[in-house]
Ligand binder design. Structure first.
Ligand SMILES: Nc1ncnc2c1ncn2[C@@H]1O[C@H](COP(=O)(O)OP(=O)(O)OP(=O)(O)O)[C@@H](O)[C@H]1O
Length: 266
C-alpha cells in the first residue's frame, strides 16, 4: 500500500519523507512518509509505543531523525532547533503549558503576541503614537484570541489558577499568538473530563473551519474519528494506514493492531 498518498490536490504544507529514528538498537520509527496539506486536520494514532511521540518530536525539532527529512513550506527542518521550527510557523502545544502562572491570562497572551511583533520598548514606554497604536492592536488581538478559545471571561485571572481544561485552552491561545501556519497538538485532551474534552473538540472544529492546518497526536479515538480529515496509523514505528476516518475504521490491519478491539473502541 502507498501510505504517502495525498488526498488533496494542493501542495503539502508539511512533508515527512522516509524518516527513521533509532535509539541504540531500537527502531522507534522506520521509513515514515506522510504529507499534511493546507487546511487539513490530520491525526496520528497508534497503540502504545507505536512511535507517535517520537514522530511528533522529529517534526517539531526536538528529536533528530536517524534518516530522512521533514519539510515545512518548502524548507527542510534538518538541523533546526525547536524555536527555529516555531519561527517557520510550525507551532506545537505542550502537555504542561509553559505559561506564567502568576500573571493574568490576558497578559500571558499579550506576552505571546509581543514575542512575535515587538513594538520598540522605548517607544512604548514613551507612549509614542505609532507604538501606542501597535500596542492597542496587540491588545485587541489578545482579546480576539481569548474569545476564539473561549476563555475571555477569565482574562483577569492568574494563568496558574485556571482549571486544567482551561489551562490547555490557554496553551492553544499561546500557540495561536505565534501566528502558526500549522498547529501541532500532542494529546491535547489527555487528563480532561468529558465536558472539557467536548469544549476542546468544539475549538478544534472552529480552527478547522477557519482553515488552520492541524496535526494531532491523540489517544481519544471517538474524538479522532469525529474531527479528522485524515488519519495516519502507526504500529511498531511503521505507517500501516493513511486514510479517512471511515477507511481507517474498516481497515483490517488497523483493527488487528488494536488487538481485535477495533479502532472504534480503542
Ligand atoms: N529517548 C528514548 N530512548 C530510548 N527509547 C525510546 C526513547 N523514546 C522513545 N523510545 C522508544 O521508542 C518507541 C516509540 O515510543 P513513542 O513514545 O514514540 O511511542 P508512542 O506511540 O508515543 O507511545 P505512547 O502512546 O505510549 O505515548 C518505544 O518503544 C519507546 O520505548
Amino acid at each position: 500500500m502507498d501510505t504517502s498518498v495525498a488526498t488533496s490536490a494542493s501542495k503539502p504544507i508539511l512533508s515527512v519523507d522516509h524518516v527513521a529514528v533509532q535509539f541504540g538498537g531500537l527502531v522507534a520509527i522506520s521509513d515514515m512518509c506522510f504529507d499534511v496539506h493546507e487546511g487539513e486536520l490530520v491525526s496520528l494514532i497508534g497503540p502504545n509505543g507505536a512511535g507517535k511521540t517520537t514522530a511528533f518530536n522529529v517534526i517539531t525539532g526536538f528529536q533528530r531523525p536517524t534518516r530522512g527529512t521533514v519539510t515545512f513550506r518548502g524548507t527542510s527542518l534538518e538541523g533546526l532547533k525547536p524555536h527555529e521550527v516555531t519561527g517557520l510557523g510550525l507551532v506545537r502545544t505542550f502537555q504542561r503549558t509553559s505559561l506564567f502562572e502568576k500573571i493574568s491570562v490576558f497578559d500571558n497572551v499579550l506576552i505571546g503576541l509581543h514575542r512575535r511583533t515587538s513594538p520598540s520598548l522605548f517607544g512604548t514606554l514613551l507612549g509614542l503614537p505609532r507604538e501606542r497604536r501597535a500596542e492597542e492592536a496587540l491588545r485587541e488581538e489578545a482579546w480576539e484570541t481569548l474569545r476564539l478559545v473561549g476563555i475571555e471571561h477569565q482574562a483577569n485571572e492568574a494563568g496558574g489558577s485556571l482549571p486544567y481544561g482551561d489551562q490547555r485552552l490557554l496553551g492553544v491561545a499561546l500557540a495561536l499568538a505565534a501566528n502558526p501556519s500549522a498547529l501541532l497538538l500532542d494529546e491535547p485532551v489527555s487528563g480532561m473530563n468529558a465536558s472539557e474534552t467536548s469544549r476542546f473538540i468544539e475549538l478544534l472544529m472552529r480552527l478547522r473551519k477557519m482553515g488552520k492546518t492541524i496535526l494531532l497526536v491523540e489517544h481519544d479515538m471517538p474524538m479522532v474519528m469525529k474531527i479528522s480529515d485524515r488519519i495516519v496509523v502507526l504500529n511498531y514505528g511503521r505507517i500501516i494506514a493513511n486514510g479517512t476516518p471511515t477507511e481507517i475504521q474498516n481497515n483490517p490491519e488497523v483493527i488487528a493492531a488494536y488487538l481485535g478491539g477495533g479502532v472504534k473502541n480503542a
